[in-house]
Design a protein around this ligand. Sequence first.
Ligand SMILES: [Zn+2]
Length: 358
Amino acid sequence: MKIFETEVDASERLGQFYIPVWENSDKSVANAIRIFREKWHSYSEESKSHSIINLIKQVIDPVVSEYLSSLPNQYLSYCSISREKCNYSDLIKLRGFRYTADQIHFYLRDFVEKSSHTEQDILFISTQDMLKSLFMICEGKKPHRSKLAPDISLKADKKTRLCALCGNPTEFSQFMHTWTKHGYIERENNDHDNAKDNDEKEGKKKRPDLSTNYCLNHRPKLHGRWNSLYKQAKRSTEQFEKEVLRLRRQIAHPDRHNAKSGDRLIDEYFYHFMLNSSLAPTNVPELRNLARKMVDYRITDNKKRMLVLRKQNKSNENIGILLGEITGKPLSNQAVSKALGTIREEFQLPTFKINEKL
Ligand SMILES: [Zn+2]
């Protein structure tokens, strides 16, 4: 495990075996989850030698029990396990992962309602929430049948790389995925675009010139010419990366404003936009595709601000003035109305409810 690895890097390295670690959570519990996620790929509920519940017992239980001992008594009534009598591995063995995660969720909901959000409250909330997500991810974990040693197997997973400009697998990953079923792959550089067709006609299996960085849509050249989708996406790389990060931060904490865009209105947009999303922090391809769409359909930062202000029941005129205060460039009533009119429904915010809890 690298010491200074960011969560984004860890999630890219571990792929489907990534388990998120929350900010502001207990450091020892977070570290235990980091250790757990390095090991768990070959563990499952069915396996006796690689029992996932035993792994929880070894790696998670001891730090959780230490963490619980460090908590003042008033927090303990909001824990689903008792400090003295029970460990998470016992509860999971008895009732399963889903039940355990649900219990944490119910207690936490009560706690959040009564909490005054002190620093210690936030630490408690983040830690409990992080444990809940760990158990939800563990639910239904199937044994990993690979015969490879753990680190080799991770390298093999790394081959399923995602396009640098969206969430689809790269052309090469896609190829590996479908072609490994059919036999071997010859590594050959072939510049002809129709190499694959010709080879197939000749009954040979060859690897055509496949991109290892981009998916088929975003491949730089198509039939020898520059691909306009590639050029377009390449120009907006910076905004795309920004949106990916914002979406990933927000989905890690759907219960609060967490996009960390540096702009209160944009953070609010991401909060409402992702509030009822079915995506989880582990849905990296889906989140990247969503970011791609957001950029391609030109849901700019200014439009996000407009949508939030409209949700706050502001008039178009007011929206134009308020935007002027932020960007230094006030917009007319018509400009606001025109901009809002171009936004696809899927990126609009759910209708405004007056007493909505933020
Ligand atoms: Zn792509």
